[in-house]
Design a protein around this ligand. Structure first.
Ligand code: G3P
Ligand code: MG
Length: 254
Protein backbone atom coordinates (compact mmCIF):
# COMPACT_ATOMS: atom_id res chain seq x y z
CA UNK A 1 0.00 0.00 0.00
CA UNK A 2 1.47 3.36 -1.03
CA UNK A 3 1.32 5.99 1.72
CA UNK A 4 -1.06 8.75 0.65
CA UNK A 5 -2.72 11.84 2.06
CA UNK A 6 -6.25 11.54 3.45
CA UNK A 7 -7.80 14.08 1.09
CA UNK A 8 -7.59 14.02 -2.70
CA UNK A 9 -6.07 17.50 -3.00
CA UNK A 10 -8.17 19.00 -5.76
CA UNK A 11 -7.70 22.77 -5.55
CA UNK A 12 -4.22 23.66 -4.31
CA UNK A 13 -2.90 27.20 -3.84
CA UNK A 14 0.58 27.45 -5.42
CA UNK A 15 3.17 28.88 -2.99
CA UNK A 16 0.06 29.70 -0.94
CA UNK A 17 -2.51 31.97 -2.55
CA UNK A 18 0.34 33.76 -4.29
CA UNK A 19 -1.70 36.16 -6.38
CA UNK A 20 -3.42 37.54 -3.29
CA UNK A 21 -0.36 37.66 -1.02
CA UNK A 22 3.43 37.26 -1.28
CA UNK A 23 4.40 33.72 -2.29
CA UNK A 24 5.54 31.20 0.33
CA UNK A 25 4.50 33.33 3.30
CA UNK A 26 2.21 32.91 6.29
CA UNK A 27 -0.03 35.58 4.74
CA UNK A 28 -0.33 33.41 1.62
CA UNK A 29 -1.75 30.66 3.84
CA UNK A 30 -4.19 33.10 5.43
CA UNK A 31 -5.19 34.27 1.95
CA UNK A 32 -5.89 30.68 0.87
CA UNK A 33 -8.03 30.14 3.96
CA UNK A 34 -9.91 33.37 3.22
CA UNK A 35 -10.64 31.96 -0.25
CA UNK A 36 -11.98 28.75 1.32
CA UNK A 37 -9.04 26.67 0.09
CA UNK A 38 -7.47 24.20 2.52
CA UNK A 39 -4.56 22.89 0.43
CA UNK A 40 -1.38 24.75 -0.45
CA UNK A 41 1.89 23.95 -2.16
CA UNK A 42 5.07 25.51 -0.75
CA UNK A 43 8.83 25.29 -1.31
CA UNK A 44 11.47 24.41 1.29
CA UNK A 45 15.09 25.56 1.00
CA UNK A 46 17.93 25.46 3.54
CA UNK A 47 19.81 28.40 4.99
CA UNK A 48 23.58 28.05 5.33
CA UNK A 49 23.24 26.94 8.95
CA UNK A 50 20.81 24.16 7.96
CA UNK A 51 17.60 25.92 9.02
CA UNK A 52 14.77 24.94 6.64
CA UNK A 53 12.77 27.94 5.41
CA UNK A 54 9.90 28.53 3.00
CA UNK A 55 11.54 29.93 -0.10
CA UNK A 56 11.61 29.06 -3.80
CA UNK A 57 14.76 30.57 -5.31
CA UNK A 58 18.44 29.96 -4.73
CA UNK A 59 18.82 33.68 -4.07
CA UNK A 60 16.86 36.15 -1.97
CA UNK A 61 16.73 38.89 -4.59
CA UNK A 62 13.33 38.32 -6.22
CA UNK A 63 11.15 37.80 -3.15
CA UNK A 64 12.79 39.49 -0.19
CA UNK A 65 14.29 42.72 1.04
CA UNK A 66 17.73 41.06 1.08
CA UNK A 67 20.07 39.96 -1.72
CA UNK A 68 22.47 37.11 -2.36
CA UNK A 69 22.38 33.38 -1.87
CA UNK A 70 19.98 31.76 0.59
CA UNK A 71 22.92 29.63 1.70
CA UNK A 72 24.71 32.77 2.91
CA UNK A 73 22.12 33.28 5.67
CA UNK A 74 21.64 31.81 9.11
CA UNK A 75 18.57 31.76 11.34
CA UNK A 76 19.72 34.82 13.29
CA UNK A 77 19.48 36.90 10.08
CA UNK A 78 15.77 36.19 9.55
CA UNK A 79 14.33 38.97 11.76
CA UNK A 80 15.94 41.55 9.45
CA UNK A 81 14.64 40.05 6.21
CA UNK A 82 11.13 40.51 4.84
CA UNK A 83 9.42 38.38 2.23
CA UNK A 84 6.77 40.76 0.89
CA UNK A 85 8.97 42.47 -1.68
CA UNK A 86 6.90 44.07 -4.43
CA UNK A 87 3.58 43.63 -2.61
CA UNK A 88 3.23 47.08 -1.06
CA UNK A 89 3.04 48.44 2.48
CA UNK A 90 0.47 45.89 3.68
CA UNK A 91 3.16 43.19 3.52
CA UNK A 92 6.20 45.32 4.37
CA UNK A 93 6.93 43.38 7.56
CA UNK A 94 6.02 39.93 6.20
CA UNK A 95 8.45 37.40 7.73
CA UNK A 96 10.42 34.85 5.74
CA UNK A 97 8.95 31.77 7.48
CA UNK A 98 10.84 28.81 8.84
CA UNK A 99 9.49 25.34 8.07
CA UNK A 100 8.55 24.96 11.74
CA UNK A 101 6.48 28.17 11.63
CA UNK A 102 4.77 27.13 8.41
CA UNK A 103 3.90 23.63 9.65
CA UNK A 104 2.58 24.96 12.94
CA UNK A 105 0.30 27.41 11.13
CA UNK A 106 -0.93 24.75 8.69
CA UNK A 107 -1.57 22.30 11.54
CA UNK A 108 -3.51 24.89 13.54
CA UNK A 109 -5.75 25.56 10.53
CA UNK A 110 -6.23 21.90 9.53
CA UNK A 111 -4.63 22.42 6.13
CA UNK A 112 -3.25 19.80 3.79
CA UNK A 113 -0.12 20.68 1.86
CA UNK A 114 2.34 19.72 -0.82
CA UNK A 115 5.83 20.34 0.55
CA UNK A 116 8.24 20.72 -2.36
CA UNK A 117 11.92 20.25 -1.56
CA UNK A 118 14.32 22.64 -3.33
CA UNK A 119 17.77 21.12 -3.00
CA UNK A 120 19.72 23.95 -4.71
CA UNK A 121 23.42 23.25 -4.02
CA UNK A 122 22.92 21.32 -0.80
CA UNK A 123 24.54 17.90 -0.41
CA UNK A 124 22.26 14.97 -1.13
CA UNK A 125 19.98 14.28 1.83
CA UNK A 126 20.64 17.51 3.72
CA UNK A 127 17.21 19.05 3.09
CA UNK A 128 15.46 15.71 3.56
CA UNK A 129 17.04 15.24 6.96
CA UNK A 130 15.65 18.60 8.16
CA UNK A 131 12.26 18.00 6.55
CA UNK A 132 12.00 14.55 8.12
CA UNK A 133 12.81 15.94 11.55
CA UNK A 134 10.11 18.61 11.26
CA UNK A 135 7.49 16.15 9.96
CA UNK A 136 8.20 13.41 12.50
CA UNK A 137 7.64 15.96 15.28
CA UNK A 138 4.11 16.58 13.95
CA UNK A 139 2.16 13.33 13.51
CA UNK A 140 -0.68 15.00 11.53
CA UNK A 141 1.71 15.52 8.65
CA UNK A 142 1.91 11.79 7.96
CA UNK A 143 -1.57 11.99 6.38
CA UNK A 144 -1.69 15.74 5.75
CA UNK A 145 1.50 16.45 3.78
CA UNK A 146 2.67 15.05 0.46
CA UNK A 147 6.37 15.69 -0.25
CA UNK A 148 7.62 16.30 -3.80
CA UNK A 149 10.81 17.39 -5.53
CA UNK A 150 12.19 17.68 -9.03
CA UNK A 151 15.30 16.03 -7.55
CA UNK A 152 14.48 12.33 -7.49
CA UNK A 153 17.69 11.44 -5.66
CA UNK A 154 16.62 13.78 -2.87
CA UNK A 155 13.17 12.19 -2.79
CA UNK A 156 14.80 8.77 -2.49
CA UNK A 157 16.81 10.12 0.47
CA UNK A 158 13.58 11.28 2.09
CA UNK A 159 11.97 7.91 1.46
CA UNK A 160 14.85 6.14 3.23
CA UNK A 161 14.27 8.35 6.28
CA UNK A 162 10.45 8.21 6.12
CA UNK A 163 9.02 4.89 4.87
CA UNK A 164 5.43 5.99 5.49
CA UNK A 165 5.42 9.60 4.25
CA UNK A 166 3.25 10.34 1.19
CA UNK A 167 5.48 11.29 -1.75
CA UNK A 168 4.80 12.67 -5.25
CA UNK A 169 7.24 12.45 -8.16
CA UNK A 170 7.59 15.91 -9.72
CA UNK A 171 8.56 16.59 -13.30
CA UNK A 172 8.09 19.33 -15.85
CA UNK A 173 7.65 16.58 -18.43
CA UNK A 174 7.66 13.02 -17.04
CA UNK A 175 10.27 10.74 -18.66
CA UNK A 176 9.11 7.57 -20.44
CA UNK A 177 10.00 5.48 -17.36
CA UNK A 178 8.13 7.70 -14.90
CA UNK A 179 6.18 4.74 -13.51
CA UNK A 180 9.37 2.88 -12.56
CA UNK A 181 10.56 5.98 -10.68
CA UNK A 182 7.28 6.26 -8.79
CA UNK A 183 7.37 2.55 -7.92
CA UNK A 184 10.97 2.82 -6.69
CA UNK A 185 9.95 5.72 -4.45
CA UNK A 186 6.72 4.04 -3.35
CA UNK A 187 5.14 7.32 -4.43
CA UNK A 188 1.40 7.88 -4.56
CA UNK A 189 1.25 10.67 -7.09
CA UNK A 190 2.66 12.24 -10.21
CA UNK A 191 2.92 16.04 -10.39
CA UNK A 192 3.72 17.65 -13.75
CA UNK A 193 3.54 20.87 -15.73
CA UNK A 194 0.01 21.31 -17.06
CA UNK A 195 1.35 21.80 -20.60
CA UNK A 196 2.75 18.27 -20.61
CA UNK A 197 -0.34 16.32 -19.59
CA UNK A 198 -1.88 13.97 -22.14
CA UNK A 199 -4.84 11.64 -22.28
CA UNK A 200 -2.59 8.60 -22.52
CA UNK A 201 -0.49 9.58 -19.52
CA UNK A 202 -3.58 10.26 -17.42
CA UNK A 203 -5.13 6.94 -18.44
CA UNK A 204 -1.93 5.03 -17.62
CA UNK A 205 -1.57 6.76 -14.26
CA UNK A 206 -5.19 6.04 -13.39
CA UNK A 207 -4.87 2.39 -14.34
CA UNK A 208 -1.98 2.00 -11.91
CA UNK A 209 -3.70 3.98 -9.16
CA UNK A 210 -1.50 7.08 -9.16
CA UNK A 211 -2.96 10.48 -8.36
CA UNK A 212 -2.08 13.14 -10.98
CA UNK A 213 -1.86 16.85 -10.27
CA UNK A 214 -0.78 19.65 -12.59
CA UNK A 215 1.03 22.94 -11.91
CA UNK A 216 0.80 25.91 -12.37
CA UNK A 217 -2.52 26.26 -14.08
CA UNK A 218 -4.30 29.61 -14.07
CA UNK A 219 -6.63 28.90 -16.98
CA UNK A 220 -9.43 26.57 -15.87
CA UNK A 221 -10.87 26.11 -19.38
CA UNK A 222 -7.65 24.51 -20.62
CA UNK A 223 -7.94 21.71 -18.10
CA UNK A 224 -11.64 20.82 -18.27
CA UNK A 225 -11.18 17.81 -20.56
CA UNK A 226 -8.55 16.34 -18.24
CA UNK A 227 -10.74 16.84 -15.24
CA UNK A 228 -13.32 14.64 -16.93
CA UNK A 229 -10.63 12.02 -17.55
CA UNK A 230 -9.71 11.67 -13.90
CA UNK A 231 -7.20 14.41 -13.09
CA UNK A 232 -6.79 14.46 -9.30
CA UNK A 233 -5.94 18.10 -8.68
CA UNK A 234 -4.70 21.47 -9.88
CA UNK A 235 -2.01 23.69 -8.37
CA UNK A 236 -2.92 27.31 -9.13
CA UNK A 237 -1.73 30.79 -8.13
CA UNK A 238 -5.32 31.97 -7.85
CA UNK A 239 -7.98 29.47 -6.71
CA UNK A 240 -10.90 31.91 -7.32
CA UNK A 241 -10.33 31.36 -11.06
CA UNK A 242 -11.54 27.80 -10.54
CA UNK A 243 -14.08 28.60 -7.83
CA UNK A 244 -15.79 31.04 -10.18
CA UNK A 245 -15.90 28.58 -13.09
CA UNK A 246 -19.02 26.44 -13.07
CA UNK A 247 -17.23 23.37 -14.45
CA UNK A 248 -15.03 23.35 -11.38
CA UNK A 249 -17.57 24.39 -8.76
CA UNK A 250 -17.63 21.04 -6.97
CA UNK A 251 -13.82 21.12 -6.59
CA UNK A 252 -14.19 24.31 -4.61
CA UNK A 253 -16.33 22.87 -1.84
CA UNK A 254 -14.35 22.32 1.28
O1 G3P B 1 5.31 21.78 -7.05
C1 G3P B 1 4.75 22.33 -8.19
C2 G3P B 1 5.46 23.58 -8.64
O2 G3P B 1 5.59 24.45 -7.54
C3 G3P B 1 6.82 23.30 -9.23
O3 G3P B 1 7.44 24.41 -9.76
O4 G3P B 1 9.09 26.21 -9.73
O5 G3P B 1 6.79 26.65 -8.91
O6 G3P B 1 8.35 25.25 -7.57
P1 G3P B 1 7.94 25.69 -8.95
MG1 MG C 1 7.02 24.69 -5.94
Amino acid sequence: MRPNVDDPGRLIAHRGASRAAPENTLSAVAAAAAQGVWWIEFDVSLLGDGTPVIHHDETLDRCTTWTGSIASLEAGDLPGIFAGRGHGPAFASEPLPTLDQMLDLLGSLDFHANLEIKRHDQPLGAVSEKVAKALVARPWTQRGIIVSSFDLDELAALRRLMPNQPIAGLWTRPPPDWRAHLDALNAAALHLNFREISRSLLAEAASFGFDVRVYTINEPRVMVAFRELGLTGVITDHPPLFQEDQDWADWSES
